[in-house]
Design a binder for this molecule. Structure first.
Ligand code: NAD
Ligand code: TYD
Length: 350
């Protein structure tokens, strides 16, 4: 079957993995990637598909309702996979307005554009919203399931929860065919080096301190980005409208243990004496309102779609470290502009 899919945020970390997968796996689908190219979006992430016949890149903002209307009409869009967002918790603490605008209002605009284009016939249409486990808040024991009450605690997760509610509201109030998935922390190539794993790799490469927030006891469940992209593929094709699917790797790590593991891997890769990178670990002031633990129960997506994670953590980390070590130009490029000013300001305050 032919599909005309609008993927938003396709030049970001997860979006570029999804675009790459769909463009290559489904030559009969037209993939339209709409991305504003903020500091986190980068067309270098898409070099291997940019000339594909079934792929179109459009630079633009999901807040631009007229542009959205034109795109839906011009490309007869029948499905949306919505990833565009402001995605970094620390930034959200400094600038909540921008998160509300992009993540909540941006999602509403996209829903309205889909509603306007599809309302006469919802048959064969799908609005797929990509969300995060962070909307459930922090869990001390047990796991988040799809029925866990939303309890967002950072401006980022509040804005994602807000967008999730609007997707549900459009499904309920207007009959918009919609599905939501909530994934745990992703890692892998092309992740902007403000997030834990690439930040630590980058700092080790440059012999810079490794800022571990608080005591490093916070726990995250890590999933390789390509496994997330495969889950999105599975849910896009066999998820049920009106449903939520949690995606996770059953792979919980305390931050400090993960950073120490990365230090060991990096010492080996860089032929440095054992313990060299570990000496860079620096405990810094905690993130305000830092959620202690995220943990996902992915039973539903596994039983309904047959998806499961394929990349074990040792392999995924090795692939990730190797990618950053051999893509130093990419790293230099993405950290060359505004980001370094932001980073220095952030860490001056800790
Ligand atoms: P990212 O920050 O790497 O990429 C976001 C992309 O959205 C960028 O390419 C950016 O240019 C684009 N964008 C931002 N504002 C835009 C706008 N107004 N109009 C058009 N494009 C815009 O983010 P990511 O880590 O790839 O996350 C993608 C999605 O997955 C987000 O919705 C995020 O909430 C969700 N998610 C992320 C994780 C994770 O661990 N990174 C986990 C679960 C869910
Ligand atoms: P992050 O990658 O920002 O993802 P999220 O906050 O969405 O889970 O952070 C992952 C964990 O690592 C989180 O508990 C905060 C912690 N952290 C540090 O200790 N130091 C850092 O420099 C960063 C960026 C994160």
């Amino acid at each position: 079957m032919k599909r005309n899919i609008l993927i938003t945020g396709g030049a970001g970390f997860i979006g570029s993995s999804v675009v790459r997968l769909f463009v290559k796996k489904y030559p009969a689908y037209r993939i339209v990637n709409l991305d504003k190219l903020t500091y986190a979006g980068n067309l270098e992430n898409l070099r291997d598909v940019e000339r594909a016949e079934n792929y179109t890149f459009l630079r633009g903002d999901i807040l631009d309702i007229e542009l959205l209307a034109t795109i839906f009409q011009e490309y007869t869009i029948d499905s949306v996979i919505h990833l565009a967002a402001e995605s970094h918790v620390d930034r959200s603490i400094h600038n909540p307005d921008e998160f509300a605008l992009t993540n909540i209002i941006g999602t509403i605009r996209l829903l309205r554009a889909a509603q306007a284009a599809w309302h006469t016939n919802f048959q064969g249409k799908l609005f797929y919203h990509i969300s995060t486990d962070e909307v459930y808040g922090s869990v001390t024991s047990g796991y988040f399931t799809e029925t866990t009450a939303l309890d967002p605690r950072s401006p980022y997760s509040a804005s994602k929860a807000g967008s999730d509610h609007f997707v549900v509201a459009f499904n309920n109030s207007y009959g918009m065919p919609a599905v939501i998935s909530r994934c745990s922390n992703n890692y892998g190539p092309y992740q902007f080096p403000e997030k834990l794993i690439p930040l630590m790799i980058n700092n080790i490469m440059h012999n810079k301190p490794l800022p571990v927030y608080g005591k490093g006891e916070n726990i995250r469940d890590w999933l390789y980005v390509e496994d997330h992209a495969r889950a999105i593929d599975a849910i896009f094709h066999s998820g049920r409208s009106g449903e939520v699917y949690n995606i996770g790797g059953n792979n919980e790590w305390r931050n400090i243990d993960l950073v120490k593991l990365l230090c060991q891997i990096m010492d080996k890769k860089l032929n440095r004496p054992e313990g060299t990178s570990g000496r860079l670990i620096t405990f810094v002031k905690d993130r305000p309102g830092h959620d202690l633990r995220y943990a996902i129960d992915p039973a539903k997506v596994i039983s309904e779609t047959g998806w499961r994670p394929e990349t074990d953590f040792a392999t995924g980390l090795e692939l990730t470290v190797d990618w950053y070590l051999s893509n130093t130009e990419w790293l230099a490029h993405v950290t060359s502009g505004e980001y370094l000013k932001y980073y220095d300001k952030m860490y001056a305050n800790r």
